[in-house]
Design a protein around this ligand. Structure first.
Ligand SMILES: Cc1cc2nc3c(=O)[nH]c(=O)nc-3n(C[C@H](O)[C@H](O)[C@H](O)COP(=O)(O)O)c2cc1C
Length: 493
């Protein structure tokens, strides 16, 4: 197998066992994992791709990231430079006109709110998804000939279609998707690459077969002029079980090109343990033998795979290759490097101070376990968070449900409890939930400001178990390291 788009990659780990295998397929050994929101920004993905490994931008909430960067004045002009290349100039002009503030907004002024996503989105919001995804991928690929990917969470379904289209317009080389069963995504890639109308089934709680839950997106409704041909990127689902991998191979509506196998030590969301969730004395989920992916069975599927979750060291890379993996996907080590989108003070608090890491079974409104760093500046169920009134005004993690009137409603376990319950949500299910949307935006300096500047959203930092090892990338006497330092260390150079 030699997937298109990767043929030019060179491998710099000839000494490693099985490396020839990866090189023969033209695939990278290191994938820098997608990290939302905006942690794996274009800057980080660019730094990784430029060095011949696969840089991956996070595709989460890029509509929001776009409008907030513009309101902050777009320092360096990167967003505007990318928007200039959007093949839909009138769309780009509309966005600039509405959101760009020369010199940036006054710090205490809140960001303009954009509509929350629904099954049928207003045109403006669809355009922001197309443009936001285009900008991020365009900048990650700018000025070098190497591939770059984008990462989405399947669970955040509402923006999928226009977001993927925007990434394709910028020539994205790989789409990576976890947190769900992305069985219908390969077909979407096939169709959107041809500028054809695509559909995606929205999961609506309580809906039956007669309910219309299909989201539809037709690129022709947004294109200006005759669009140029697009490349169909590789599709690499992120999985945590053999069953899911086999199902995706057998039942997907198009080609699956390989897998990322992610274990429960990885940063961000983790797949829940098999069976009924049981917690240990610290409130963390207990994983067992059933949660371990059988690599022999993965090899039988005949597709390349990368191992993720605690693989950020040269020894673990070698171990992965020896087990037949094409390489590794690494997140945590890259999250704290200079090019990542995290605010510098958050990086420094992890590199120079003490903190605790918890796999929190409750924090994420998705119900998936979510790793949270607990230290003085971030929320993490600490006193800072207890003072924050519940607000759901970004809404990416809202679930769709069928209302009593037969319509589609939306609710989030992180919104005010009475509101959540009034929409049929279970009160117990709202306990302990944090507002990931607002917290993650704050991590990258794009947090909302409320109350005339009195309240700034606190950050909500996540990382994998490997976070205790990130200082290994620091040179003696240094307080910062780069993506290049991570790659060099992992490759044993
Ligand atoms: C800060 C952070 C944010 C993450 N966000 C996402 C995400 O949005 N989507 C996703 O599929 N994985 C996400 N991940 C997981 C990474 O893509 C990667 O698979 C994982 O970090 C690998 O394990 P490691 O953390 O031990 O290196 C995130 C990880 C971190 C550290």
């Amino acid at each position: 197998m030699r997937p298109c788009g990767f043929a030019g990659w060179r491998l710099n780990v000839a000494a490693l066992t099985f490396a020839w295998h990866t090189e023969a397929m033209g695939l990278p050994v290191i994938i820098q994992g997608g990290m939302g929101v905006g942690v794996s920004s274009w800057r980080l993905a660019h730094a990784v791709s430029e060095r011949g490994q696969l840089g991956v931008v996070s595709g989460t909430a890029l509509d929001q990231v776009l409008v907030r960067r513009l309101q902050d004045g777009d320092a360096g002009g990167h967003v505007r430079r990318a928007l200039d290349q959007l093949p839909f100039p009138r769309m780009a002009a509309r966005i600039l006109q509405r959101y760009f503030i020369p010199g940036g907004k006054v710090p205490d002024q809140p960001y303009i709110r954009i509509p929350l996503h629904q099954k049928d989105n207003p045109r403006d919001l669809v355009e922001l998804c197309i443009a936001g995804n285009f900008v991020e991928v365009f900048l990650a690929k700018e000025g070098h000939g190497n591939p770059a990917g984008i990462n989405y969470l399947e669970k955040i379904q509402l923006p999928h279609l226009p977001s993927i289209y925007g990434a394709l317009l910028a020539g994205v080389d790989a789409v990576l998707m976890g947190a769900g069963i992305p069985i219908r995504v390969p077909g979407v890639l096939d169709r959107l690459a041809l500028h054809q109308q695509a559909t995606y089934p929205l999961y609506v709680i309580g809906a039956g077969p007669d309910d219309d839950t299909t989201m539809t997106f037709n690129p022709r409704d947004y294109a200006e002029g005759e669009p140029r041909p697009l490349k169909r990127p590789l599709f690499l689902p992120i999985i945590a079980s053999n069953t899911l991998a086999a199902t995706l191979v057998k039942k997907s509506n198009g080609r699956v090109d390989g897998f990322i196998i992610e274990g429960p030590t990885a940063g961000g969301h983790n797949a829940p343990p098999r069976g009924k969730m049981q917690l240990d004395e610290n409130g963390e989920p207990i994983y067992g033998e059933r949660d371990v992916v059988d690599l022999a069975r993965m090899r039988e599927l005949g597709l390349p795979f990368w191992l993720a979750g605690g693989f950020g060291s040269p020894e673990k890379l070698q171990e992965a290759l020896a087990n037949g993996a094409a390489g590794i996907q690494v997140g945590t080590a890259f999250a704290f490097c200079e090019e990542s989108g995290l605010l510098d003070e958050l990086k420094q608090s992890v590199l120079t101070e003490t903190f605790k890491l918890k796999t929190d079974a409750l924090a994420s409104p998705t119900g998936f376990p979510f790793k949270v760093i607990q230290h003085r500046d971030t929320v993490a169920a600490s006193t800072v968070y207890n003072d924050r009134p519940r607000i759901c005004d970004l809404g990416y993690l809202r679930e769709a449900y069928k209302t009593g009137e037969g319509e589609i409603g939306y609710r989030c376990a992180g919104e005010p409890v009475s509101l959540y319950v009034s929409k049929g949500g279970n009160e117990a299910g709202a306990n302990g939930r944090l507002c990931l949307c607002n917290g993650l935006m704050a991590n990258i300096g794009l947090g909302q400001v409320r109350g005339g500047g009195r309240h700034h959203e606190p950050g909500l930092l996540t990382a994998g178990d490997d976070v205790i090892n990130v200082t290994r990338f620091l040179q003696p006497g240094q307080t910062h390291y780069t993506a290049g330092d991570v790659i060099r260390t992992l490759l044993g150079n």
